[in-house]
Ligand binder design. Structure first.
Ligand code: KIV
Ligand code: ZN
Length: 505
């Protein structure tokens, strides 16, 4: 069976989702999880875009050894040099060079003639050969490029040494049969195409990214570029979990294999959702909360008689397990550690101790602690950015006949600061008091709240996005008290903002 390579670009194109920005620590955490998922290639970032991205690609190259680590670069010497530098310590590195080839992009965006674009593409590949890396080339906006020019550029870059040819449907304009046909044409008209691996990169503007990718596979493509939860620029990219599970579930039709460890899919999806602050829609295929729920009586009856009546995928094959009651108030640290091990966490001693304390605090408030709760606690601990500010005390008064007021105490190093404020509701009052303490001027641009598990005592997870000038940063807070979760999320976002500013200096 021909193998289809899975190229994950969550850390690069996924990071281009509006309002998303990872810290290096978060990128590394996701990269580790992608390694567990067994993706073939991780596109770790765009080193020339910021010092933070350069550092993140370097770090991932040093620490993640199984997948190929890829860095994006425009067809410009300074970008390619930066990508090469970032990948220096990768076991296997790949420089991904792109330049737009469609008439509209060349004329209005690049303000370059086709001859200049061709020259830059070829010179870019030539320069990239200096580094000990694989070379991938993408003609940006390929699906709106004139065929003859596309063939000419591809032939020239392959001749120069590009080993992977990626065809992006940059603006999600193509439709499945047309996209498949484009690959047929490329195979027929680019004389040296046999020397390269063909790849596709689809955006979801018309909701066809997965369908286009699968049609491309049927038409000779061996690498699919995709992201976890389908995140990415505008409407996003082809979703990894959809592409992989379509290839697996319909192996009878496609006849291709993938190396993905599918039982890691759900956990990866949740991690990415948490760190991007982008919730997964309930009806999202494969990883949505409702993906394996059956509501209609006839369906429930069918499922009880034989699961395959209404289930084409076994939920446990993508890591979705039924909520299991695991620990309670009286559970000790040994049981806690063992459970975490079973859930696949390997924490440092200090992280483990802190997570255990959080678990005890939670168990005091909540009778039943589920796996889901544990995962939230642990991830909150392990993924924490430096705690410049931390919540010490919170008191709010609110009601339909009173003006909401909040008193907040926050620690910064050894010092404790206290402020009070009135607001339009308790959350607003808390946020105003926090603003007074931190002195960081930000605007709240997004706020969402959801229950992690079921029941009145469920943990509430708050995700916020704050904006300072052009920078948007997300934060997350978890508690059985939603006002406390809101305060934690806001402080987390401020800490991330400060951390990001330091990283990018
Ligand atoms: O969508 C696109 O064209 C891209 C390229 C950089 C591959 O993301
Ligand atoms: Zn893209």
């Amino acid at each position: 069976m021909r193998r289809i390579y899975i190229f994950d670009t969550t850390l690069r194109d996924g990071e281009q989702s509006p309002g998303v920005g990872f810290t290096t620590k978060e990128k590394l955490e996701i990269a580790k999880q992608l390694e567990k998922l067994k993706v073939d290639v991780i596109e770790a970032g765009f080193p020339a875009s910021s010092p933070g991205d350069l550092e993140a690609v370097k770090e991932i190259s040093e620490k993640i050894k199984n997948p190929v680590i890829c860095a994006l670069a425009r067809a410009l010497p300074k970008d390619i040099e930066k990508a090469g530098e970032a990948l220096k310590n990768a076991r296997k590195g790949r420089i991904h060079i792109f330049i737009a080839t469609s008439p509209i992009h060349m004329k209005y965006k690049l303000k370059k003639t086709p001859e200049e674009v061709l020259r830059l593409a070829v010179e870019g590949v030539k320069l990239a050969k200096k580094f000990n890396c694989e070379i991938e080339f993408s003609p940006e906006d390929a699906s709106r490029t004139e065929f003859s020019f596309l063939y000419k550029v591809l032939e020239a870059v392959i001749e120069e040494g590009a080993e992977i040819i990626n065809i992006p449907d940059t603006v999600g304009y193509s439709v499945p049969f047309e996209f498949a046909d484009l690959f047929k044409k490329i195979r027929e008209n680019v004389s040296n195409i046999e020397k390269a691996i063909l790849s596709c990169h689809c955006h979801n503007d018309l909701g066809m990214a997965t369908a286009n990718s699968l049609c491309a596979v049927k038409s000779g493509v061996s690498q699919v570029e995709c992201t976890i939860n389908g995140i990415g620029e505008r409407a996003g990219n082809a979703s990894l979990e959809e592409v992989v599970m379509a290839l697996k579930t319909r192996e009878d039709f496609f006849g291709f294999s993938v190396n993905i460890k599918t039982t890691e899919i759900y956990r990866t999806s949740r991690l990415v959702s948490r760190l991007t602050g982008l919730p997964v829609q309930p009806n999202k295929a494969i990883v949505g909360k409702n993906a394996f729920r059956h509501a209609a009586g006839i369906h429930q009856d069918g499922i009880l008689k034989k699961t395959t009546t209404y289930e084409i995928i076994n939920p446990s094959s993508v890591g979705v397990e039924q909520g299991e009651l695991v620990l309670g108030k009286l559970s000790g640290s040994h049981a806690f550690k063992e459970r975490l091990k079973k859930l696949g966490f390997r924490l440092k001693e200090e992280e483990l101790e802190n997570a255990f304390k959080s678990f005890k605090r939670l168990a005091d408030k909540k009778k039943e602690v589920f796996d889901e709760d544990l995962i939230f606690i642990v991830e909150e601990e392990a993924l924490r950015v430096p705690q410049i500010f931390s919540l010490d005390y919170l008191h709010t008064i609110s009601g339909n006949q009173v003006i909401s007021t909040a008193t907040v105490r926050i620690k910064k190093g050894n010092k404790v600061f206290q402020e009070a404020a009135c607001g339009d509701g308790p959350v607003d009052a808390v946020y105003k008091a926090i603003d007074r303490i931190t002195g960081v001027k930000v605007t709240l641009v997004d706020y969402s709240l959801h229950a992690v598990t079921e029941g009145k005592d469920a943990l509430g997870e708050v995700m916020v996005k704050i904006k300072k000038e052009k920078e948007i940063v997300s934060g997350r807070g978890v508690s059985t008290d939603i006002i406390e979760a809101s305060a934690k999320a806001y402080i987390d976002a401020v800490n991330r903002l400060i951390y990001r500013e330091k990283q990018n200096k």
